[in-house]
Design a protein around this ligand. Structure first.
Ligand SMILES: [Zn+2]
Length: 435
């Protein structure tokens, strides 16, 4: 049974989505809404949250200094280290009903996040908004969601309501059984007009099963990926297999629904009524086309306010005006952080992004670079069908050896699958070595 309070929350989210859908075409509404929320939030933090009172005092700033988004630079940054180390100082004096979640800890240690109803409603409204933009109406759509990992097995179809009232069906692409292949094939045939929505690695896995002829394909009316950055190669695989354009979504536990990719331009619209996003290079706003650090302020969460948070991702800034006529500001591309740097026993640092780049090999479907507890590296990969594994092995060696030198040993392992973490995310570069 759905409780009365959940129904109320859902109806409020639907109401908010209507306002957000209308407002996204009105720049004046966006500016005023964002600035009003920012002023309220900053004042609230100063008066109610120990961490921010101290941080503002130290930076010599008060709520009276913050009038609009233009003043955001006056506020101090927040990093994961502080969020992790001083959790209780981020909670306000009084706290209402909350949901507590943990980030997946892509940098090692997870962070606890308290979400109140206000922020959850606004996140739901943002989801309803971008779903509508790709043709998923508020009521009555069919959604197919691939589950996040093998342990989830299967799940019965259910009506889901918080992000619009839809019938949702589940498939588990991590099951390599005939039973799963038959179930998925039948489902895709029966629900040929469904939207495919799920976490990126799971959708990629499903796409390969269709590609290999294990599961019969279909043409979803929309495909939405989230949870982990989508590489160009993954996008090509999904779009090639399902003949449908992918809409990628940028969201995180700490900041909620941040941005989503518009079909009209491939760039990402920022949910400016939900988040204030800065792209900074050396702590100054990046110019259009430049890569910078993503810094986010969540405008709707009071249970655990997040102000100027250095989330750990990179993005390309843009001043692009979208053809779709929405007036929401945009990001050109998001470069997520799906790895950790590797520190060799002799202190040499290998950058995860470079290591990840080495594995951009057409005949490799999936990979993971693991630093073992003794400091050595293991490169695991899943080859494409009919791949020349000897050639892959040589190629990997030729790319890794110049940077690892004699500092660490590395082994190459050909595997049939790489299982994601419980969250469904697949860390590409992982270190289990403690110096
Ligand atoms: Zn657009």
């Amino acid at each position: 049974m759905v409780s009365a309070s959940k129904i109320m929350l859902t109806l409020k989210a639907y109401g908010l989505s209507r306002i957000a859908i209308k407002g996204q075409y009105d720049r004046k509404w966006i500016d005023e809404t964002r600035d009003k929320k920012l002023r309220k939030l900053v004042r609230y933090c100063y008066e109610n949250v120990k961490y921010y009172r101290e941080a503002f005092d130290q930076a010599n700033v008060t709520p009276a200094d913050i009038h609009s988004a233009k003043d955001i630079y006056k506020l101090p940054f927040l990093t994961k280290k502080e969020l992790r180390g001083r959790l209780w100082d981020f909670l306000p004096k009084q706290i209402g009903p909350c949901r507590i979640s943990r980030t997946s800890g892509s940098t090692g240690v997870p962070v606890c996040i308290f979400s109140d109803e206000n922020s959850r409603m606004h996140n739901a409204a943002a989801i309803i908004k971008y779903r509508k933009a790709v043709g998923i109406a508020l009521f009555g759509s069919t959604i197919i969601t691939p589950l996040k990992n093998e342990a989830e097995k299967t799940k019965k179809p259910a009506w889901t309501y918080f992000h619009g009232l839809h019938k949702t069906y589940y498939v588990n692409p991590y099951l390599e059984s005939q039973e799963h292949f038959d179930y998925a094939s039948k489902l895709f045939k029966r629900k040929a007009n469904a939207a495919l929505i799920g976490i990126t690695p799971a959708i990629v896995k499903l796409a390969y099963q269709v590609n290999d002829g294990k599961v019969e394909g279909f043409k979803p009316k929309a495909i939405i990926t989230s949870g982990q950055s989508l590489s160009d190669k993954q996008r090509d695989v999904i779009e090639g297999v399902f003949s449908t354009k992918v809409t990628d979504v940028y969201a995180c536990s700490e900041c909620g629904e941040v941005a989503w990719q518009c079909r009209a331009s491939d760039y990402y619209h920022i949910n400016e009524d939900n988040c204030l996003v800065e792209i900074l290079k050396d702590d100054k706003p990046a110019k259009s086309g430049e890569v910078g650090e993503v810094v986010i302020t969540n405008l709707n969460r009071f249970a655990m306010p997040i102000l100027r948070y250095k989330v750990g991702d990179l993005a390309i800034a843009t001043d692009h005006k979208c053809k779709c006529n929405r007036k929401l500001a945009m990001l050109k591309k998001i470069v997520g952080r799906d790895g950790q740097n590797i520190i060799c026993p002799n202190g040499k640092v290998l950058l995860w992004n470079q290591l990840k780049g080495f594995m951009n090999i057409s005949q490799v479907r999936q990979f993971q670079i693991v630093q073992n507890s003794d400091g050595d590296l293991t490169v695991k990969y899943v080859p494409a069908e009919d791949a020349d594994t000897l050639w892959i092995s040589k190629l990997i060696k030729s790319r890794f050896e110049p940077i690892t030198g004699n500092s660490i040993k590395f082994a190459i392992e050909e595997v049939t699958t790489i299982n994601p973490a419980k969250s469904g995310k697949l860390k590409l570069v992982v270190s289990n070595y403690k110096r």
